[in-house]
Unconditional design. Structure first.
Length: 218
């Protein structure tokens, strides 16, 4: 089943039969061998034998594949330190920013911006924050400035790829400790609004399956 078919299937089943979703997602993260199952609208995590908002994505200014592969070692480092699957971090980064470390989603104006340089992104973010519009999702994994500015430290650091991935992995780890399963943790990472979470999860799942090929060399 290709990515588009997966999306259509989950959207149709999730909307028409929201309490009878039977899709199984095979999730094999590094050191996190597990099967995550959506069943009856609920999720559970089981051991896997040794032998997975409305659009905020604009056309990226950099190649998503190139960016994600380029940052592989950083993803590995913080996946290990914060005990989260590396592939989950990579998939979230692709859904959130399309792999663009200079991406900004302005929740105030509901506009996506994909800048060509770190300097341009910093200038825009600072200008908006100075005017009181601080509800901005910043960088590769779209860390929200309003809620996580202390973790990020500064606007400049928000666009430092390693710092951004570090903070994003901490946020996902905290969500995972609250929910005890990856699917709910990923939904929580994105939003507390159910409608946005459902749409986001479809994209995350699609990206996870695609990553079986995309991240094969990692």
């Amino acid at each position: 089943m290709n990515g588009l078919s997966i999306r259509r299937f989950l959207l149709i089943v999730g909307i028409i039969f929201p309490w009878s979703l039977q899709a199984q997602l095979i999730v094999a993260g590094e050191k996190h061998n597990s099967v995550i199952i959506l069943r009856g609208g609920m999720t559970e995590t089981r051991a896997k034998p040794k032998k997975i908002r409305q659009s905020r994505i604009a056309t990226p200014a950099v190649s998503s594949n190139h960016a994600i592969h380029h940052f592989t070692e950083i993803f590995k480092k913080y996946a290990r330190l914060n005990h989260v699957p590396m592939k989950a971090l990579q998939s979230i980064a692709l859904v959130e920013s399309n792999g663009n470390p200079f991406a900004i989603y302005d929740n105030n104006s509901q506009e996506s911006h994909h800048f060509d340089s770190k300097e341009e992104a910093i200038q825009y973010a600072k200008r908006r924050i100075d005017r009181g519009f601080n509800n901005l999702d910043l960088g590769l994994m779209q860390v929200n400035w309003r809620y996580h500015n202390k973790k990020l430290g500064s606007v400049e650091e928000a666009f430092n790829v390693e710092k951004n991935i570090q903070v994003a992995s901490e946020i996902l780890s905290e969500a995972l400790s609250r929910h005890d399963n990856l699917i709910d943790a990923v939904a929580s990472y994105h939003s507390g609004i159910d409608a946005r979470r459902k749409i986001y999860l479809v994209r995350f799942i699609e990206q996870w399956y695609r990553s079986d090929v995309q991240f094969a060399k990692n």
